[in-house]
Design a protein around this ligand. Structure first.
Ligand code: ATP
Ligand code: MG
Length: 360
């Protein structure tokens, strides 16, 4: 198990800045997921850590050593690529041993390491098959195995599951978690799939346009998004949003004059009245107000349609011109059919500066 330090890494392709000062410390044994939209620079960053791509500025430390300019083979790591190109004419056994053979690892050692990785990944019965005789998930396991025979201390994964169907992806997620628990290796895993990030990571680093927006546990990223970008990117159905202005008495006022009492909200700093803000509330936190204020300026929602999700339904609302959603109990619970006042705890909400997108 080894730690990784990414220090002020910048990278441009021509005049186009791709990474704009990335700082991230990954502790030994952590499973860190780099999450961000397509094109935000995730693969570029992973390739820089692996030494497959030069950086413009900054430093990479691996196991406390400066590895910024070290050859990939000196970095004690293994990498699984999105396109896991196995050699089609070689058996699984030969695919697994290939890297060691060209590095002149003694034969007995190759046999030993291939055996132990095959046992770990439960692919022993497949060792004599060719890649064409494997399912997508089995091929993926061989690709992971090929990385693990080289190093189990630090593994880098670049969207390794994106070629698999939904069921296999879910199965492989479970296997990767087990693998991490068994090996205790440090893992850096790139994905643009937030479900993958939330289920696998001990910490998630959300990247947007070449910058880290937040590094936190999955729960923290979901409950306390540091920026409006994170709030929007994480969570499905998406967080409910409403633009407005912060007033002197810690009330939020929307464009149509509806107000929300935010006295229960934990402001990061003393709020400045007049600030243009965006209010965010997760669908799980919205309910029908228990004690409707019946004030003229209370929030008012109009039900639009429901989506049945089995045990509960998702109710879509029209609120101040915005599309909101909330969960309702499919059995027993009354589903509003006419305009009603939605309620939520201010403590569960998120408030962002509209101009900077930063959490207030
Ligand atoms: N060799 C290159 N030359 C020029 N531009 C490049 C090169 N490699 C990547 N880019 C650009 O850099 C940006 C970041 O690419 P990168 O592959 O790191 O994105 P990503 O976050 O991994 O996206 P995805 O989720 O789609 O894989 C993209 O705009 C891409 O077009
Ligand atoms: Mg990529």
């Amino acid at each position: 198990m080894i730690g990784v330090g990414i220090r002020g890494v910048t990278k441009s392709y021509g005049a186009l800045p791709i990474l704009r000062g990335i700082d991230l410390t990954i502790d030994p044994g952590e499973f860190v997921v780099l999450l961000g939209p397509s094109g935000c620079g995730k693969s570029t960053l992973l390739n820089i850590v692996a030494g497959l791509e030069p950086l413009d500025d900054g430093a990479i430390e691996i196991a406390g050593e400066d590895m910024t300019h070290a050859d990939p083979s000196k970095r004690h790591l293994a990498m699984v690529f999105q396109s896991y190109a196995l050699f089609p004419t070689m058996s699984v056994r030969q695919n697994l041993g290939f890297g060691m053979r060209i590095n002149r690892v003694p034969k007995a050692e190759i046999v030993r390491r291939v055996q132990s990785v095959a046992a770990l990944l439960q692919i022993e019965p497949l060792l004599d098959r060719k890649p064409a005789q494997l399912s997508g998930g089995q091929r993926q396991r061989v690709a992971i195995g090929r990385a693990l025979v080289r190093s189990t201390r630090l593994c880098l994964f670049d969207e390794p599951l994106s070629n698999l169907d939904a069921q296999l992806r879910a199965d492989m997620r479970v296997e990767l978690r087990r693998l991490h628990a068994d090996l205790g290796s440090t893992m850096i895993y790139v994905t643009h799939d937030q479900v993958e990030a939330m289920t696998l990571a001990s910490r998630v680093a959300v990247i947007n346009r070449g910058k880290v927006e937040q590094v936190d546990t999955p729960q923290k990223v979901y409950d306390r998004p540091a920026t409006l970008f994170v709030a929007r990117f994480v969570g499905s159905p998406a967080i409910n949003l409403l633009e407005g202005v912060l007033m002197a008495d810690r009330r939020f006022r929307s464009a149509t004059g509806a107000t929300v009492d935010l006295s229960g909200y934990a402001f990061a700093s003393t709020p400045r009245p007049g600030t243009e803000v965006v209010l965010g509330v997760r669908p799980d936190d919205v309910r029908v107000a228990e004690a409707p204020a019946r004030r003229g300026d209370a929030l008012s929602a109009v039900p639009a349609f429901t989506e049945s999700l089995g045990p509960r339904s998702l109710l879509w609302l029209e609120l101040d011109g915005q599309r909101w959603s909330m969960y309702v109990d499919a059995k027993g619970g009354a589903i509003p059919t006419g305009p009603f006042e939605p309620g939520f705890d201010a403590a569960d909400a998120s408030l962002f500066d509209k101009t900077t997108g930063v959490r207030l």
